[in-house]
Design a protein around this ligand. Structure first.
Ligand SMILES: CC(=O)N[C@H]1[C@@H](OP(=O)(O)OP(=O)(O)OC[C@H]2O[C@@H](n3ccc(=O)[nH]c3=O)[C@H](O)[C@@H]2O)O[C@H](CO)[C@@H](O)[C@@H]1O
Ligand SMILES: C=C(OP(=O)(O)O)C(=O)O
Length: 419
C-alpha cells in the first residue's frame, strides 16, 4: 500500500495553483446524465473520486472521454442502464447523486444505498423525501433504493436541514419535472451555485441558487454546454493552513476569495496575514506565533466542516487553548486519536474538541481515517520532529490533486512510497 513520508519542512515559499472543486465536479458530472448532447467540462480535478464518477457514468451507458488531465467530454444521449451497483456505490458516497438525474431522464433508478462512513451515519432521508414530493414511488430493500415515476411533477419542498447532496439531487430531478418546484431551506454552498449555473447553461430554469430558497421551472429537454468547474475552496484552505503552520509565505492562485471568507476570517483571528495580490490570487503569510481561536463548523457561509481537521492541526501548535465544535457530522473526530499519537493535546467532549497547543509535536506512523483527516496529518507532519508516515492515503487521493507535487514545489519534504 502506498504511503506518504513527511518530514519537518522549512517555511513554505512559492506559488500553488488550486484545482477545480471535487464537490462541484462530482454533482456536475452526475448532471450530465440529464443532457441528450455533449457536455464539455474544464478544470475537472485529477482525483480518485472523479475516476469513480467516470466509472459510474460509463456503467449507465454514458460516453466519457478524458481529453487531457483536466478536461472531459461527456455524452449521455444513449444512457440505457438505471442501476448503480454496490461495487461502485461502495467506492464513493457521491455516486448517489445519479439518482435524481436518472429519475428525471429515464423515470427509473435502482441505486445501492450509501452506507455511513468514518465521519457519520450520513442518511439519505432528505433526498428521498424530495423525490417522493416530486411524485416518485420509492422502495428501499436489500440494500438498494428503487424509484420510479411516469413524470416528475413540481412541488413545494422544505428540507429539514440544508443538506448539500439532497439539495443537488432534488434540484437535478426538478429541473426536468413538469411545472414549478419551490425548494426551501436549501444548502447555499458555492458548489450549489456552480451546479445551478451548469444546469442553466444546459437550458434549465433555476433561480435563487446561493440563497435559502430556489425556484425551478421544469423543462422538457437539456442540451449541450461548456463549463469550467469553480476552484476548490477546501484545497485552498488546506494550503493556507500549510503556510500558516510552517510560518511560510505563499501565493495561492485560482482561489475564489468570496468562497473562503469564513476560513480567512478565522485564520486572520489566529494571526495569519493575507494580501489579495491579483484577481483570484492570495498571498498568505504565516506568523511566528499562532493564536488559539475557537471554531464552530456550520453550513455555508459558516466555517466548513471539511476544514475542521486542518484547523485542529493548526490549533495543536497554537499558543493557548481552543474549542472546536463540529455541528455537521456526528462522528468527525476520528483524526483526534492520530493527532494525539503525534503529541497533540486534545480532549473530546461530545461534539467539542478542546485543543491545547504544544510545541512538542513529533512524527509518528499514523493513518488517514478520512480525506480531511489525512490532510491534517500531513500538515502536522510538516512541523513535527522526525518522520511522519501517513498510511491509508487512498482517502487523501479522493480529494487532493497532486498533493505531494504541489507541496514539494513549495519546499515541503514529502514523498510517496510503495510499501
Ligand atoms: C460530495 C460532496 O459534496 N460532499 C460534501 C457534502 O456532503 P453531503 O452532501 O453528504 O453532506 P450533507 O450536507 O448532505 O450532510 C450534512 C448533514 O446532514 C445529514 N443528512 C444529509 C442528507 C440526508 O438525507 N439526511 C441527513 O440527515 C448528514 O448526515 C450530515 O449530518 O456536504 C458536506 C457538508 O458540507 C461536506 O462535508 C462534503 O464534503
Ligand atoms: C466529506 C467529504 O467528502 P464526501 O462527502 O465525498 O465524503 C470531504 O470532502 O471532506
Amino acid at each position: 500500500m502506498p504511503k506518504l513520508i513527511v518530514e519537518k519542512s522549512p517555511p513554505l515559499k512559492g506559488t500553488v495553483r488550486i484545482s477545480g472543486a471535487k464537490n462541484s465536479a462530482l454533482p456536475i458530472m452526475a448532471a450530465t446524465l440529464l443532457s441528450t448532447d455533449t457536455c464539455e467540462l474544464k478544470e475537472v480535478p485529477n482525483l480518485r473520486d472523479v475516476n469513480v464518477m467516470t466509472e459510474v457514468l460509463r456503467s449507465l451507458g454514458a460516453e466519457v472521454e478524458k481529453k487531457n488531465k483536466e478536461s472531459y467530454d461527456i455524452n449521455s444521449a444513449n444512457i440505457n442502464n438505471v442501476e448503480a451497483p454496490y461495487e461502485l456505490m461502495n467506492k464513493m458516497r457521491a455516486s448517489f447523486l445519479v439518482m435524481g438525474p436518472l429519475l428525471a431522464r429515464l423515470g427509473k433508478a435502482r441505486i445501492s444505498m450509501p452506507g455511513g462512513c468514518a465521519i457519520g451515519t450520513r442518511p439519505i432521508d432528505l433526498h428521498l423525501k424530495g423525490f417522493k414530493a416530486l411524485g416518485a414511488e420509492i422502495e428501499v430493500g436489500h440494500g438498494y433504493v428503487e424509484a420510479k415515476v411516469d413524470q416528475l411533477k413540481g412541488n413545494r419542498i422544505y428540507l429539514d436541514f440544508p443538506s448539500v447532496g439532497a439539495t443537488e439531487n432534488i434540484m437535478m430531478a426538478a429541473s426536468m419535472a413538469e411545472g414549478e418546484t419551490i425548494l426551501e431551506n436549501v444548502a447555499q454552498e458555492p458548489e450549489i451555485v456552480d451546479l445551478a449555473n451548469f444546469l442553466n447553461k444546459m437550458g434549465a430554469d433555476i433561480k435563487g441558487a446561493g440563497t435559502n430558497t430556489m425556484r425551478i421551472n421544469g423543462v422538457e429537454k437539456l442540451s449541450s454546454c461548456e463549463h469550467t468547474i469553480i476552484p476548490d475552496r477546501i484545497e485552498a484552505g488546506t494550503y493556507m493552513t500549510a503556510a500558516a503552520m510552517t510560518g511560510g509565505d505563499i501565493t495561492i492562485e485560482n482561489v475564489e476569495i468570496d468562497h473562503v471568507k469564513s476560513i480567512i476570517s478565522k485564520l486572520k483571528e489566529a494571526g495569519i496575514k493575507f494580501e489579495e495580490v491579483a484577481n483570484n490570487s492570495l498571498r498568505v503569510i504565516g506568523p511566528e506565533v499562532i493564536k488559539a481561536v475557537d471554531v464552530k463548523t456550520l453550513p455555508y457561509p459558516g466555517f466548513p466542516t471539511d476544514m475542521q481537521s486542518q484547523v485542529m492541526a493548526l490549533m495543536s501548535m497554537a499558543e493557548g487553548t481552543s474549542v472546536i465544535i463540529e455541528t455537521i457530522f456526528e462522528n468527525r473526530f476520528m483524526h483526534v486519536n492520530e493527532l494525539r499519537r503525534m503529541g497533540a493535546d486534545i480532549k473530546i467532549d461530545g461534539r467539542s474538541a478542546i485543543v491545547t497547543g504544544t510545541n512538542n509535536l513529533m512524527g509518528a506512523p499514523v493513518k488517514a481515517t478520512d480525506l480531511r483527516a489525512g490532510a491534517a496529518l500531513i500538515l502536522t507532519g510538516l512541523i513535527s520532529d522526525d518522520i511522519t508516515e501517513v498510511n491509508q492515503i487512498h482517502h487523501i487521493d479522493r480529494g487532493y490533486s497532486d498533493i505531494e507535487e504541489k507541496l514539494t514545489k513549495l519546499g515541503a519534504k514529502i514523498r510517496r512510497v510503495e510499501d
